[in-house]
Write a protein that binds this ligand. Sequence first.
Ligand SMILES: Cc1ncc(COP(=O)(O)O)c(C=O)c1O
Length: 467
Amino acid sequence: MSASASNSGRLDAAYRERFPGSAKLFERSSRLFPNGVTHDGRYLQPFPIFAKEALGSKKTDVDGHELIDYWVGHGALLLGHSHPAIVAAVQQQVAKSTHPGACHELEIEWAEWVRRLVPSVELMRFTNSGTEATLMAIRICRIATGRTKVIKFAGHFHGWHDSVIISSEPPHPANVLAGEAPDVEDYPTPGVTIGVSGDIVIVPPNDLAALARAIDEHQPACVMHEGNGARWGVVPARPDFVRGVRQLTRDKNIIFILDEVITGFRVAPGGFQEICDIQPDLSTFAKVLAGGLPGGVLGGRADLMQALAFGNSFGKKMKHPGTYNGNPLSAAAGIAALEIVATGQPNRRANEIAALLRRELNALFAKKSLNWIAYGDYSAIKILPNYDGPRSTSDEFLPYSGDWRKLDAKQDAALSQAFRCALLLGGVDWMGWAGSTSAAHDEGDVARTVAGFSSAIDWLRGDGFVR
Ligand SMILES: Cc1ncc(COP(=O)(O)O)c(C=O)c1O
């Protein structure tokens, strides 16, 4: 960022002028919510936009601007906003029962879809979120093994409960950036006790030898890996590596949890495990699973999932209440979504359109002589500003040859805020430095998005944020 960069320049003024309705709602929301938001990711200065409605690949804000949406419901909306099949399924169900407080047939049908698409899931339990699913996974592993430690990878996100929030995003500590191995003590996590963090072991991503050493040293209850790598592939994990993790954990008799909360039913109907052709011991899902409504699931080996059963062979049962587990509205939406996902068409489409956008953005950056790069796998598009490594037009290309310390860097906060505001001015709602596509995105959206990026770059240059 240049020294003259300012978030009170022309861009800021134009943003305030363009979104007066959102500014007004922000005044109200700031009196109710810390930072005026209900999810950290939505925090934006001077204020976030407030959405009124959404359809397909677009959302409309309260001032009536149509924005091409790359949040896609935090990854949940593979089919786009308000897909007619999901709207119909939810409308039908809402009149019948939103909560029977009883077992019901839709939860069975929903679970049958999960098992049909993901063969490693022998038994499962629904939760309300991905966070609950990873929490349940860890507790089951502790019951099954009698061990306590959990190995996770630096930068991998598994939700926000105490055990997994540690080391789930940059900044990585200076000593780690200088090349030292990550250590849980170097990752302060306010509000998480030393007792909890002491049970977590952090290993560098994509490093099988480090994982093997950590397993030998700590004899953990489980190893947890995020689908295709840190935060939806900011540091991509390729199938060969995840196959290696599967083999290593099997050889060492350690439970392997694959967290497919974002990759599940998205990268392929059977998730990243289908692409890797592996069977994890346990897998977590949410997002696409519930068709855009709240819902998660943990599933896997029947002998492990028995930890949830009364009178199980472990002689200890994991308690599992939860008012909304298997909620019929989520089930109805989930069934409608998974039925369409089973065709593979939405996955292919979202992946294709993301690849096109990555290519077009890199062409734009070259045209505008801007040192940014777009990369990513499947339906993810990641942007790295200030990139000084080699380039290639191959979609397999990994910036910085995949060096996780460089890929997973904390970006300048003022530039990050200005970038999102500038894109919103250009009609694009981008999720930080990353976006995801849905099957509803098309070539017209890509062209408009590239135009939005082009004008955003001009705004950033005008205010001195980039050269
Ligand atoms: C890989 C992964 N695991 C877990 C979670 C947490 O899921 P939720 O937000 O539903 O609690 C997320 C959410 O983004 C995720 O991407």
